[in-house]
Structure formats: structure tokens, C-alpha cells
Unconditional design. Sequence first.
Lengths: 187, 187
Amino acid sequence: MRVKTLCLGALCLGDATGYDIKKLFENAFNHFHSASFGSIYPSLKKLEEEGHVSHRVEAGEKHPDRKLFRVTDEGRATFLAQLAQTPASEQLRSEFMVLLFFAHLLPTEILQQKLAEMEAHYSQELNYLESLSGCEGHTSGIDFTIGMGKSVLRTKLDYLHHHRETLLASHQNRPDSQNIRQTESSS
Amino acid sequence: MRVKTLCLGALCLGDATGYDIKKLFENAFNHFHSASFGSIYPSLKKLEEEGHVSHRVEAGEKHPDRKLFRVTDEGRATFLAQLAQTPASEQLRSEFMVLLFFAHLLPTEILQQKLAEMEAHYSQELNYLESLSGCEGHTSGIDFTIGMGKSVLRTKLDYLHHHRETLLASHQNRPDSQNIRQTESSS
DNA sequence: ACGAATATATATCAGAATGATATATATTCG
DNA sequence: CGAATATATATCATTCTGATATATATTCGT
């Protein structure tokens, strides 16, 4: 889904600045999507050119230059249509699994360190999602994403705990574990 | 991790063409990474300019124009160093969860359809990973990624099965469910 | 009270990646 | 025997990221 569409959706929840939308992505969308300022601001510009949103400047009050965007009726209709047509899909991008894929090329101590690092990230994200569970005002759909996110993270942590030692043991005994430093050469 | 680095890693497993590398990403990396031809071919070009890989043309045999790439000693060392420095991290991009986040704006039947669609994808990917488990010749690291992938997919399917009906029920009873077609207007 | 760090806020840009498209041959399959 | 699929390389417009620039307000420790 294009960042443009995502911005339009964000504005369907209420008026917001580009900065506000970024914060929404960092908070509510945290565990399943992200977008940078470099895509948000140009998106808002295009949305306005297309008549999907309008903006007024809130100046003077606190900070200057607060461009508060609002979705138009036409923009709202467009978002609804695009949303209904968006296929349900997911794509994981895991540097962690790339590391595991090539783990036989790494020293065991580095592998150990990467596993610990990933575990820490998982725990941190689980904590975050658990803190979100406490909050009120969530729709049932949002609760579903949080609940699913928590279940997945618990599964990942469990998997890590149950297979960590086995992995490390077989990594240390892997064939070629000496060939990392000396590649085919008999120094 | 840059596609350039990923290509270098792929070539550390054996000589390959750009096409072969794409196939590797589609098969072995399937559940945790992807890359398109539009990034692979330019990456190989740059890697060669930098002296990390070399190539020879395999012509005549079957198809013409098979550019078979091979990593140089320097390229292998570079990849090992970059791999060890890569932080363990993961990023999910889920259109499915975006749909759930905005589910209150959709008719219940569409939501139902999206849930079914996602379930089908999960099942399909689980089947694929289970077929990979049967194969031999995997390092312990690769087995770990497959095992973790399977566990996560089973958790997602379980979550879907256990919360589907509850979500659908509360979606049908959500406030504003009539306001989707008629926005504040009393036609 | 003061300086540092952080938060609010917008904007641009180089570099990277996607997804589509073009081109061409070989193989498989009904 | 024609269609579809697989093999193979390459380019390009559009999109996105991550970094950088700019400026003010607030918070926090000392």
C-alpha cells in the first residue's frame, strides 16, 4: 500500500499534520508498517493537488508552520474504495534470518550475540504491545492486530528459548568451522 | 541489508547468474526477504566494478548470454565482515493489519473476505515451509529459520481461528456501522 | 539560571528498490 | 502445433528510505 493511501487513511481518523501522521505510524502502526518524512510530505502535497485533502495553517499559537490537513469527502470515498480493493498480504523482512541463513560463515560467538540481540528486540516489542493492550478506545480490529502481534512475539521468544542451545551446539560442531580464517591456503 | 550485500552472499554459496540469484531469493529466502531483477542486475554490475565478483559468459550451450558470476577472495572477505556487522532485526509489512486497523470503515462481508484471503496465504506458506523441511542438505541455521517460520505461521492460523468469530461479531455491532454509505447526510 | 537534550514541525535530496516492460530463445504440455 | 511457461538479461519511471538542513519550544539535570 502506497504511503499516499496510508496518509489518506490517517486523515480519515481526524485532522493531522505530516508530523502527526509520522507519530501515528510510529505508535499505532509500529509493529506492522512504517514510513518516513521523505515519503509523507510529498504524499500530502500530491493528495492536495488531487483534491483529496485540504489544509489550513495554524500559526502563532505555539510553533509556527503547523499545516493541519483535512480529508475531503472525495478523499474519504477514494480511501474507502482503495481499502476495499487492497489484498490481504504480509511480507517479512528479516536480517536476523539472513544472518541465520549464512550462520555457518560466522564464528559461534557472533551467532550467539545475534541471537541475544534478536531476543532483546522481541522482548522489547512484546512489552510495547502489552502496554498498548491496557489502553482503551481501540476498535476490535486494532485489538486483533495487537493480540496477534503479541501471540507471534511469544511464539518467537519460545522458539528462541527452545532451539537456541541445540543450534549453538550444532554450529560449533559444523564441518568447515576451521575454514573461516584460512580459505584453502595452508599458511 | 542492501541487495548488493545479499548478492555477494548468494555468490559465496556458489557461482550463479543474476537469474539464479533471483530464484534463490524466491525459494530459500522466500519467507524472510525478497529482491527484484531491477536491483539484482545493477548490484552485480557494481560488485564487479568494485572487484568483489568476476564473470565469464557461458554461451552456445543452451541459452545464450548466461553471465556466470563468481565471488573473488576479496569479495568473500568483504561479505564476511559485513555479515558480522549486520544487526539482528526484523520488520513486518502487513497490509492485512492495515486493513484490520481501518476495518471499522469496511462492510463486514469485505472484512470476512480479507480474513479468508489471509488465512489462505498463511496455509499456503506453511505448506511450502513444511515441504522444505523434508529436504536434506540444510545447515542448522537454515533449519532454524524454517522451524521458526512454521511455528509463527501455526500461531497466526490459530489466532485467526480463535478470534475470527469474535471479531466478526463485534464488527457487525460496531457503532457507526450505518454511516458507511450515508455520511452525515439524511438522503 | 543555564546549557543540553529532546520534542515539535517542515522540507529536500541522493541513493536504493520496486514493479513494469522489452527482448529473445527453449521447453513443456495439452 | 500453438500456447504457456521457464530461462536469461537489461532498463526505466516511480516510489521510498535515510540523511540532512532549519528553526523554535520544552524539559531536565546541575
